[in-house]
Ligand binder design. Structure first.
Ligand code: URA
Length: 480
C-alpha cells in the first residue's frame, strides 16, 4: 500500500505530480491511500522508490476537467480523480460514457465547481482599504465559496480589476494582486476585511437603480442569488424594501413611459441641400462643432434632428469616445445626456474622474434610428458609416491632443483604429494609437444597461469602472 500526503488540498499541480509518478509506475488506485497533511500515516506503507514503466498521456479535455474538479470539497477527490485518470489510460473514450458511475460523478462535481465559480464572479464585493502615495487604490473582499476555487476564480478578477491592488480572502486561502503580480497565501477571516465603505454604498445605490420592479421573479432571483451569499452582499439588505415598493414603482414606470414618448417623433426632418463646411472652421473645437452641422457625408444626417458635436475641455488629457448620439442626445444636441450618459457619469465619479476635465464625443455624429410608431429605435452604424465619420473624430483628436483615449464599445474602437476588433481582445491591454495616444478599450455603457442578469450587470459595471480608473492612472502617470 502506498501513502501519498497532499499538503494543499485543491492544488492541482501537487496532485498531478504525484498522480503522474504513480500512473507511470502502474500503481493501481486500490493500492493507494491519499492523505492530507497532518493525518496520521500507517506504519506499513510501501516507501520503495517508484520505477516508471510507461509514458503517460491523457486527453486534454480530461486534464482540464481534473484541474477544476480537484478543487471539490469531497474528501475522496484525490482517489476519485486518480481512478478516472487510471481508467482513461486504457479507455480513451471514457468521458463519453455518461452512464458510467465515475464519469457521472465527475460531470456533477464539475458542474458544482462551475456554478461556484459563477457565484464567485458575481458575488465578490470589494471594500476600499485606502491608497498608497502614488494614488493606487487597494481593496479587499471576503468570500466563502462552496469549494476551494480561489485559484480558479482569481484570474477573472485580475483581468477585470487590473488597475488596482486587491486581495480576496476565503477561509481556505487568499489571493493577492499587487504590483501586477498574482500570489496566493493562507486563508483568512471575515474581520480582516472592513465592514463597509463608500464602495458598498455605491453598490447599494447601483443595485437600487438597476432593480426593475416590472421584471421581478422572486424564485429566479433566489436561484441566482442564493440566501447563503446574502450576508456578504451589501445590496442584499435592500432586497426586501425594494420588493415591498415594487408595485408602486411599476405604476410610476407606466406613467413615465407615456411621457417619454418622443415629442418630435412624427416630424422627421428631411434636409434640403447641404451647406458647405466653411474653410477655417476646423481650426478650433467650436468651429468644428459649427461645421459639423453642415455634414452630409453619409445618409444618416437626413433623419437626425441635428449633429451632436463632442464637448468638454478643449485640451483634455483624456478623451472618451462613444458610438453615436441616442434619442435624448439627438434632441438636446449634447453627447451622453441620456440613460447611458447617466451611467457613464456615475462610473466616472466612482473611478475618480471629473467629467468637466474630459472631452466626450462619439465615433458617429448623427443619430441613426428606425422609426417604430412613436418611438425611434437605435440602429448600429455600419462600419462604412463609422469610417466616413472618422474624418470628424480625427479632427477632434488633432485639436484636443489627449494623452489617453477611452473607447466605449465596438463602434468607437473601429472609429479610432479603423479596424473591427473585439473589445475582449483589447481590454486590459492599453495600446498606442497612430496619433501617439494610449487607447483604453472598454464596453459601452448601454451594454451595461441592457444586461438582464443583475449579477452579471453588477460585475460588468465594476469592470467598466476599473477600466476608467486605468485611464485615470495612465493619465496621472503621463503627467507626473
Ligand atoms: N451613446 C453614445 O454612444 N453616445 C451618446 O452620446 C449617447 C449614447
Amino acid at each position: 500500500m502506498r501513502e501519498i500526503i497532499l499538503n494543499t488540498p485543491g492544488d492541482f499541480a501537487e496532485w498531478r505530480d504525484a498522480a503522474r509518478t504513480l500512473l507511470a509506475a502502474e500503481v493501481p488506485p486500490e493500492d493507494i491511500v491519499w492523505r492530507q497533511a497532518g493525518e496520521s500515516a500507517s506504519l506499513f506503507s510501501d516507501t520503495a522508490p517508484l520505477v516508471p514503466k510507461r509514458a503517460i498521456t491523457l486527453p486534454r479535455a480530461l486534464v482540464t476537467t481534473l484541474d477544476r474538479v480537484v478543487c471539490h470539497r469531497d474528501a475522496n477527490v484525490p482517489t476519485r480523480l486518480y481512478t478516472i485518470a487510471w481508467r482513461a489510460l486504457t479507455d480513451r473514450r471514457l468521458l463519453e460514457r455518461r452512464t458510467d458511475d465515475d464519469v457521472d460523478w465527475l460531470a456533477k462535481a464539475d458542474k458544482s465547481i462551475r456554478r461556484d465559480l459563477h457565484k464567485m464572479h458575481a458575488f465578490v464585493r470589494f471594500r476600499r482599504l485606502g491608497e498608497d502615495e502614488t494614488g493606487r487604490e487597494s481593496f479587499a473582499a471576503w468570500f466563502e465559496p462552496e469549494h476551494r476555487i480561489l485559484r480558479l476564480g482569481a484570474p477573472f478578477f485580475r483581468k477585470r480589476f487590473y488597475g488596482m491592488d486587491w486581495a480576496i480572502l476565503t477561509p481556505d486561502a487568499r489571493a493577492i494582486w499587487q504590483n501586477e503580480t498574482l500570489s496566493f497565501g493562507p486563508g483568512g477571516t471575515r474581520d480582516e476585511v472592513p465592514d463597509s465603505d463608500v464602495v458598498e454604498d455605491q453598490w447599494r445605490m447601483y443595485y437600487g437603480s438597476i432593480f426593475n420592479p416590472a421584471r421581478v421573479k422572486i424564485a429566479a432571483m433566489r436561484a441566482e442569488m442564493p440566501k447563503k451569499y446574502w450576508h456578504n452582499l451589501p445590496e442584499a439588505q435592500d432586497i426586501a424594501p425594494l420588493l415591498a415598493g415594487a408595485g408602486a414603482r411599476v405604476e410610476r414606470m407606466r406613467e413615465t413611459a407615456v411621457q417619454l414618448a418622443n415629442p418630435r417623433s412624427d416630424k422627421w426632418r428631411v434636409r434640403g441641400e447641404p451647406e458647405a463646411v466653411m474653410p477655417g472652421e476646423t481650426a478650433t473645437i467650436e468651429g468644428l462643432a459649427r461645421g459639423l452641422q453642415a455634414c452630409t457625408r453619409c445618409p444618416i444626417h437626413c433623419n437626425a434632428t441635428q449633429a451632436v458635436a463632442g464637448e468638454g475641455k478643449a485640451d483634455a488629457r483624456i478623451m472618451l469616445v462613444g458610438e453615436q448620439p441616442g434619442n435624448r442626445e439627438d434632441l438636446e444636441g449634447r453627447p451622453f445626456v441620456g440613460p447611458a450618459g447617466q451611467l457613464l457619469n456615475e462610473a466616472l465619479d466612482e473611478a475618480g474622474l471629473d467629467r468637466a476635465q474630459l472631452y466626450v464625443t462619439n465615433a458617429v455624429k448623427h443619430f441613426k434610428f428606425e422609426p417604430r410608431g412613436k418611438r425611434r429605435l437605435h440602429q448600429n452604424p455600419t462600419a462604412g458609416e463609422i469610417d466616413i465619420c472618422r474624418w470628424w473624430l480625427d479632427q477632434e483628436r488633432d485639436l484636443v491632443k489627449p494623452d489617453i483615449i477611452v473607447s466605449l464599445g465596438g463602434s468607437a474602437l473601429r472609429g479610432l483604429t479603423g479596424k473591427s476588433a473585439s473589445i475582449s481582445s483589447m481590454r486590459g491591454k492599453p495600446i498606442t494609437l497612430a496619433g501617439g495616444e494610449r487607447l483604453v478599450a472598454t464596453v459601452h455603457p448601454s451594454f451595461l444597461l441592457r444586461l438582464p442578469d443583475r449579477q452579471r450587470a453588477a460585475v460588468e459595471r465594476a469592470a467598466f469602472v476599473a477600466d476608467l480608473a486605468v485611464a485615470r492612472s495612465l493619465a496621472k502617470a503621463i503627467s507626473a
